[in-house]
Design a protein around this ligand. Sequence first.
Ligand SMILES: *[C@@H]1O[C@H](CO)[C@@H](O)[C@H](O)[C@H]1NC(C)=O
Ligand SMILES: *[C@@H]1O[C@H](CO)[C@@H](O)[C@H](O)[C@H]1NC(C)=O
Ligand SMILES: *[C@@H]1O[C@H](CO)[C@@H](O)[C@H](O)[C@H]1NC(C)=O
Ligand SMILES: *[C@@H]1O[C@H](CO)[C@@H](O)[C@H](O)[C@H]1NC(C)=O
Length: 393
Amino acid sequence: MAIPMRPAILLLPLLLSLVLPSSAQNCVSETFSNNRLFARCSALGRLSATLHWTYHPSNGTADIAYRATQDSSNFVAWGINPNSSGMLGTNAFFAFHDSSGVVKVISDTLTSYTLSVRDSNLSFTVYSKEAEYSNGAYTIYATVDLPGNKTTWNTAWQAGQVSSGVPVGHATTGDNVLSKGSTDFLSGVSSEGGGNSRLHRKNIHGVLNAVSWGVLMPLGAIIARYLRVFQSADPAWFYLHVACQCSAYIIGVSGWGLGLKLGSESKGITYHSHRDIGIALFCLATLQVFALLLRPNKDHKYRIYWNVYHHLIGYSVIVLSVVNIFKGFDILDPAKKWKHVYIAIIATLGGVALVLEAVTWAIVLKRKSISSEKFHHNEYGTNGYGGRQHQGA
Ligand SMILES: *[C@@H]1O[C@H](CO)[C@@H](O)[C@H](O)[C@H]1NC(C)=O
Ligand SMILES: *[C@@H]1O[C@H](CO)[C@@H](O)[C@H](O)[C@H]1NC(C)=O
Ligand SMILES: *[C@@H]1O[C@H](CO)[C@@H](O)[C@H](O)[C@H]1NC(C)=O
Ligand SMILES: *[C@@H]1O[C@H](CO)[C@@H](O)[C@H](O)[C@H]1NC(C)=O
């Protein structure tokens, strides 16, 4: 059977273009206490942070200012990861208010995902470090030695909670896991590096799954339930339904695979319920596809059981999909508008289903009354849904 997958595939580039990263805030206008000036700056794109620095090629040192808008009860941190990327191994500076309300700056090398920072020497020389809090933002100043004339370094930055005057933890979703990149202190090129391509893949994972599990599958169910009431749509509804669900399955499984890959790459962070629901969805949907091959003939006495099973699994998949897409939104934490767009789409589908449900009942009841008047009780089938060739699929 030829399955028209084109509509879904045509939608993809459109949706992908919507999720590409948007531009960042401006750093050029920021000023610093004591008339400190820095040669270069870069908006880091995550956690409302900017990095300013002056690199001295003659002695390989850099004067750095990291500024991040943050509540004064929280901490901010910025650091260089000399041998790796991400959090582990980062030589970080932390700024926070200690228990007496004084802004404190400490440096520490992060060796585990559990925060237990104490002021210690870093793997490179720190000539000075300082921090201040004003206008709702922390600023960390540091002068460091960038060893070996190496000018491009992986960096990571963070913001999180303080308890009893010490940093204790941070969120593990959205910007808080994407806040890493690399900075070339010489040329001034700063990028979100690995974080960015990973974010890109997370966005692709999100779009593939939202389109397939979140939109096409419910759409396919609506087609099956409501289109077949119109006799002229028989058997077109059946092929549309199969095409819709098969494209949803193919796109959904690629999105699911990408999700598993992303999960296996994210050390130290597992989104248990999102992953488990995802795996359950894959199993149920796969079952559903194979059940199609085992579908008894419409006159077969077991067909009714198959129908019950098919509807049960189908509706479970849709409910779980929508739940998991919202869990995904919480993890990826994209701009609010994308969540709103999805809510609008799913609400529209729900509204359409509601209206069609009413229309269907009206038609079915009308047919029932006509057929009982004419004593042609079985003309449209006992469920009144009228689909003769593929009734009840
Ligand atoms: C590095 O060189 C700059 C100017 O070239 C100078 O201002 C700074 O004090 C030097 N830093 C160290 C630690 O020698
Ligand atoms: C990181 O690299 C530096 C040299 O650049 C080395 O001295 C240090 O031991 C390395 N640290 C780790 C944890 O591998
Ligand atoms: C840190 O470095 C300084 C200067 O190099 C040294 O005096 C101090 O003992 C070091 N502290 C620790 C905890 O290693
Ligand atoms: C770093 O580069 C400067 C000049 O660019 C040079 O004078 C210095 O010797 C170099 N240092 C190392 C450790 O290679």
